[in-house]
Structures are given as structure tokens and as C-alpha cells.
Write a protein of this length. Sequence first.
Length: 228
Amino acid sequence: MIRRLLFYSFAMLVVALPAMTTASQIVIGPPDPGGEHGFDYWYHGTGGAGFLFIDNADPASGNNDFTLGNTNATKGNLSDWRSQNFALGPAAKGAEPITFSFAYELPDNVSSGDNIRVELRFFDATGTNFLDEKKILVGSDTGDSNMTRYKSVTITNIHAPKRAQTADISFNANLFEPWASGTGRFDDFSVTVQKRSLTMLVVVTGLTALLIVIGIGAARWLNRARRL
């Protein structure tokens, strides 16, 4: 009887253990991933020959996308989009890994050395003290030019700095990196965190405790049997 109980308990534990590694993706930002609410939730600015607008002619999904660009390489000609800050939630202080993704299309000819800079930026709880960033350059560095369809970028296993509580997304043309190659379209921004399932952890913990209890009982029963 004891052997059967041990066998079935062990089998249940083996079945439940793989479920500990399953996780759900929780979306933590940005407030509007693709201009579906127009200019709401995103700050924006231009200078000189820089331009930007909400575009509904060619979104990657939904009704809109963010468009920006510049045609003059000299300083002061620029365009910039920046989302409102959002809380990192379970990913605060680097506790859980982050996945950052977005879609982009560069329909014009991209000159050598030209890139649009995309950033996932980390801040403290106030949202004002910059701590670090994950930077991605698209354009010349990614070999894109005269694109006729969107391309997706997904970066996994990003850990926020130890003091980070909030984040935002910024992408810009000719602000930090040279860009005079016309238009860029961006859509489907997503920052997610992988949250482990606590339910299965409780189940496994309970099964482990049951195994220990049964093992102790079996040991005592065997000791009594030997004395007889």
C-alpha cells in the first residue's frame, strides 16, 4: 500500500513539475501601441524639415500607425515620438524579463549611415530620472530600404535596472542618429513581462509536502515491521 502511494504521488509530481515553467505574457505598455487614439498618450515634436503625423493609409494592424521623417541632414531638422511613462509592474527592478517588440516600414530609399533610433527607456518611480535604455537602430544598420511591407522586431530577456519602476518608448529621426531618408512608419509597440504561474507552484509544493509525509510514514511502518 505504501509503495503504491509513493508511486502515484511521484507520478503526480513529475506531471506537475513542467507546468512550473509555463508563464503568461502581461502587457505593461505603452498606453497606445499604434496611434489608435491619435496623438493621445504620445508626446511629439519636430524641427526644420522634420515631420510626423498619425497615418491611416498603411498601418501594420488596426486603423493607424505613427509616421515620422526628415529630408535635411543638417542639425535641427528632426522629428521625435515619445510615449507616456508606464509602470513596469512585475518587471520593476529587473525582477522579471521583458520582451520589447514593434513593427516598422521604411518606404523610401535609405542612404548609407542613416538610421531611425528606437529606444525602450527606464526611469525611477517618478518617471523623471533616466537610468538606462535598450536602443535599436533601423535603416542602414538593418539593411532596409524601399520597403513594401512591415518588418517586426522582437527583443527578449531584457532586464530593467535595479532602481527602475517605470519606462517609456521613444523613436526619432535625425536627433541622435543621422536620418535624411524620408519617411518611417511604426506600429504595434509592445512591452510585455513573463509572469510565472503561482498556481502550479502551489500545487507542486503541496505534492512535495505530501511525498515527504508519505515517506516519513513509510519509514516508520518499515521500522515497526522489522521489530516484529
